[in-house]
Design a protein around this ligand. Structure first.
Ligand code: FE2
Length: 432
């Protein structure tokens, strides 16, 4: 049988080198060295890294690319971002939200992202964002999986209609229950919201992903309730705590008790390194806290830890380009994840770990998986993070959906090579 596509001489994220990947009918058919098969199209990876797609497990697609509307965030804080988003919300139109979301999805695909979990604000009684993103989800489905979280941005109990709106959004087909317990008016309201949201998810058989303790306040301990409710309701494996930044500032004894609770309950953690490093610590003078959760300690306790992008050019973050390697790069620096093992785990935190959190079906490069992959201009996951490597080819269901040329600079220097690349083993820079 003639295959549709063969990638020759690929290095896989687990370190296996010299692999051919045979693709037909949108699926990986075979993976291994020197496979004697023919295909309509062949790509020679020349030993470069081929990975399953990046997965962004925490994003806000209803707000993306809205930077400057209606004004910029002057203080850089989470609270001003929420207030600014509140000013923008009544001005949003269905068409504008769809236009910006589709533009972001184009960029995400070019950057090798295959799936995005996006929170969508349900505090607007029109549910404009929900309806727009449900339409976007359908339109991008052939090339990008979009999973939506019903997110009461202004608090589940602070407004009269937020809870009813959240249920309406779930009725419309939003598949994950969101929340923001640290933004409720009192700790008790925050605790009640966690219980309420977990019960809604249990009743409806849904996943849970709460913005949880996104603050520098060490007494913000809603993750404890989230883990306990997960265990009580048997939701293990379906619940995620996003941000968990208060854990950075918590008492060490308390954390030593909290970590096994999270692990045993089966709760996953999502850090958002770019946003956490920019937004947290804003009330500090010096020393300024980094505001990232305890990534290495959570991993050591057996908690799945993934990294999300969270924001790109919106009321909370004016930078970003849909690059999950930039996200991993920031995590490596801000959380000092610099051992070889920790950097490989950082790559997994933007690929296989979030794929598990989203419950993606057929993710991976084994036979039978969807033929979704990215050829990176890097020799391995560590070089990919170091260089935020170019996504040379992005394949979705066996079809090339994006290509980007390698970053090579032409030099005009006397007695020096004609070109240079930052790659360690790039032909242009490896001559001795
Ligand atoms: Fe978020």
């Amino acid at each position: 049988m003639e295959a549709d596509l063969i990638i020759r001489d690929a290095t896989l994220p687990d370190g296996r080198g010299g692999c051919d990947i045979v693709i037909a009918d949108g699926l990986v058919q075979a993976v291994g060295p020197s496979i004697p098969a023919a295909a309509r199209e062949e790509i020679d990876a020349q030993g470069r890294l081929v990975s399953p797609p990046f997965v962004d497990c925490h994003f806000h697609m209803d707000a993306t690319l809205s930077l400057g509307l209606p004004r910029l965030n002057q203080s850089g804080t989470l609270l001003e971002g929420i207030a600014l988003w509140g000013e923008l919300k009544p001005l949003l139109t269905h068409e504008a939200v769809i236009g910006r979301a589709l533009a972001y999805c184009d960029l995400a695909v070019a950057r090798g992202i295959g799936a995005i979990r996006s929170h969508v604000d349900v505090c607007d009684d029109r549910l404009l964002g929900v309806e727009a993103l449900l339409e976007v989800k359908e339109r991008v489905a052939p090339y990008l999986e979009l999973q939506l979280v019903a997110f009461p941005q202004d608090g589940l109990y602070r407004g009269a209609t937020a809870r009813a709106n959240l249920l309406r959004a779930l009725d419309l087909g939003v598949e994950v229950v969101g929340g923001i317990p640290h933004f409720e008016r009192t700790m008790e309201d925050g605790r009640r919201s966690v219980v309420d949201l977990c019960e809604i998810a249990a009743e409806r058989g849904l996943l849970v992903d709460l913005h949880c303790d996104e603050t520098d306040d060490p007494h913000s301990r809603h993750i404890e309730t989230l883990a306990a409710e997960t265990a009580r309701l048997g939701l293990g494996g379906r619940v995620t705590g996003s941000h968990l930044t208060s854990m950075h500032s918590m008492d060490n004894y308390y954390v030593s008790k909290l970590l096994p609770l999270i692990a045993e309950a089966g709760v996953a953690a999502i850090a958002n390194p770019l946003i956490n490093i920019v937004i947290q610590g804003r009330h500090d003078t010096y020393p300024k806290r980094r505001g990232l959760t305890r990534i290495a300690e959570l991993q050591a306790a057996g908690v799945p830890v993934a990294f999300g992008h969270d924001c790109v050019m919106d009321p909370w973050y004016s930078l970003g380009s849909g690059d999950m390697l930039e996200v991993a790069h920031m995590a490596v620096h801000a959380a000092q994840l610099t051992s070889r093992e920790a950097m490989r785990a950082a790559f997994a935190a933007v690929t296989s770990v979030p794929a598990g959190i989203l419950g993606l079906d057929g993710y991976g490069l084994e036979p039978g998986c969807h033929a979704d992959l990215v050829l990176l201009d890097a020799e391995d996951p560590i070089e990919a993070i170091r260089l935020k490597a170019t996504r040379l080819v992005v394949v979705r269901r066996g079809r090339i959906v994006a290509e980007t040329p390698a970053a090579v600079s032409r030099l005009h220097l006397p007695d020096r090579p004609p070109s240079v690349s930052a790659r360690r083993s790039a032909p242009e820079s490896s001559a001795h």
